[in-house]
Ligand binder design. Structure first.
Ligand code: PGA
Ligand code: ZN
Length: 425
């Protein structure tokens, strides 16, 4: 039973407010969760509720908290909730808009995640196992995808591609993967300082060096992987890119990367030349969210070689994922709970991805808190992949460190993509 509901504004990793929700249970336990926030958001994401006005540059959450206390609190308290569906449907019914425009997806997702913790606690099942039961999956520890170079909306504004990630795909276990990720990160940092004098940090804890050419970044990554003593691709460390192409699309399938103009076909060729040249196994958002032809053609050409992930394209929405699967847009899906506003919606997206043999990669947001839900979700879904930023900075390592805790306390969990329940076909 939920005895009471309380919320407060806290700061996220970018120094903007976000909402933290406590569900206080009859036995005194506090089930707590907070909402992350994106910067390069998709047009079709559930709506984040922000105050207007001067405070926090118009990003306050006073109104969201008022709704939590005056509407969600009376809805949830003094009642016994038996399952998550009930809670999430009550939230959606209270909102009564298609995308949480009234309550805010930030308000809804923090409440929904807190409800998961409350229910798992009541049923005395660890959260990752409880999520696996709901999904009817075999839980597994995911391969961490460490974002070690930040560009796009998260960087200095010179590098067009948003994320350059490394995935220790040949690691023996999670601990090994985290050690490899951290070693390559440190090696890369030294290398960038040596060659560029300085290196800043982006929003996700990756370096943000003064580089504009994606190939120069990729050369740095390859050098750092080798200098740290590792091999490439399936024999060692593999590279993943989130192009976040909305950012450098200017309509009609026209793009500009590093000062060069591309149409959707020449951009597709450019990606294919990068795949030929570098150990890349994954590209996320290679095309803008509304460039249907770009997605379709690239998937037809490169889908057998790499994982093509839709993030802004799908925004964790079942209807959009189904449409993309039907039309051959991609072979993989990014999963972010706050894009859809409830954990139930997120689990439905994961179920659909599995049914359509699309790989699901669970993801944090660029604005984060210390909440570790996405780590439990990646394990519970057995999806094989989690991206949670660099192997540094508190809000990023909170997720990776939680994976280490799960590995220790639940030693029967297998590690890696081999155990994924939704491999790309
Ligand atoms: P965001 O970036 O959280 O700013 O949307 C993450 C991503 O694009 O994957
Ligand atoms: Zn993305």
């Amino acid at each position: 039973e939920i005895a009471d509901v309380r919320g407060r504004p806290i700061l996220d990793s970018r120094g903007y407010p976000t909402i933290e929700v406590d569900l206080i249970l009859a036995d005194g336990t506090i089930a707590r969760a907070s909402a992350p926030a994106g910067a390069s958001t998709g047009a079709h994401e559930a709506v984040e509720l922000r105050d207007e006005g001067a405070a926090f540059e118009g990003r306050g959450v006073t109104h969201a908290l008022r709704i939590l206390h005056t509407e969600i609190r009376p809805l949830l308290r003094m009642r016994a909730w038996n399952d998550l569906d009930e809670v999430d449907h009550a939230l959606a019914a209270l909102d009564a808009t298609p995308h949480f425009a009234r309550l805010g997806a930030n308000t809804a997702v923090a409440t929904s995640i807190a409800a998961c913790r409350a229910l798992a606690h009541t049923q005395q099942v660890p959260l990752h196992r409880w999520l696996a039961q709901l999904l009817d999956t075999a839980p597994a520890l995911p391969v961490p995808h460490f974002n070690i170079i930040n560009g796009g909306a998260h960087g200095r504004g010179e590098l067009d591609f948003q994320e350059f990630m490394i995935a220790p795909v040949a690691a023996a276990d999670l601990e090994d993967a985290i050690r490899i990720g951290a070693e390559v990160y440190h090696t890369l940092g030294r290398q960038l300082r040596r060659r560029h004098g300085t290196t800043g940090l982006g929003d996700e804890g990756g370096f943000a060096p003064p580089i504009t050419d994606p190939e120069v970044v990729l050369d740095h990554l390859v050098d750092a992987i080798a200098a740290a003593g590792y091999g490439f691709g399936s024999d060692g460390v593999s590279i993943a890119i989130d192009a976040a192409a909305n950012h450098f699309h200017h309509g009609d399938g026209k793009y500009t990367v590093n000062g060069t103009d591309y149409d959707r076909d020449s951009l597709s060729q450019y990606y294919q030349s990068l795949i030929d040249e570098y150990p890349i196994h994954l590209i996320e958002d290679p095309f803008a969210e509304d460039d249907d032809l770009g997605w379709k053609r690239f998937h037809a050409r490169a889908g057998h070689r790499i994982q093509i992930v839709g993030d802004d394209l799908y925004v964790t929405d079942v209807d959009r994922i189904r449409y993309g699967a039907d039309h051959g847009y991609s072979n993989a899906v990014l999963i972010k709970p706050n894009q859809v506003g409830t954990v139930t919606g997120t689990l439905n997206a994961l179920r659909l991805a599995r049914a359509r043999s699309m790989t699901a990669m669970v993801s944090h947001r660029s604005g984060e808190t210390l909440d570790t839900f996405v780590a439990d979700l990646a394990v519970g879904a057995g999806s094989g992949q989690l991206k949670a930023g660099a192997p540094a900075r508190g809000e990023r390592i909170a997720k990776y460190n939680h994976l280490l805790y799960l590995a220790e306390t639940d030693p029967s969990l297998p590690y890696g993509p081999a155990h994924s329940t939704a491999q790309a076909g």
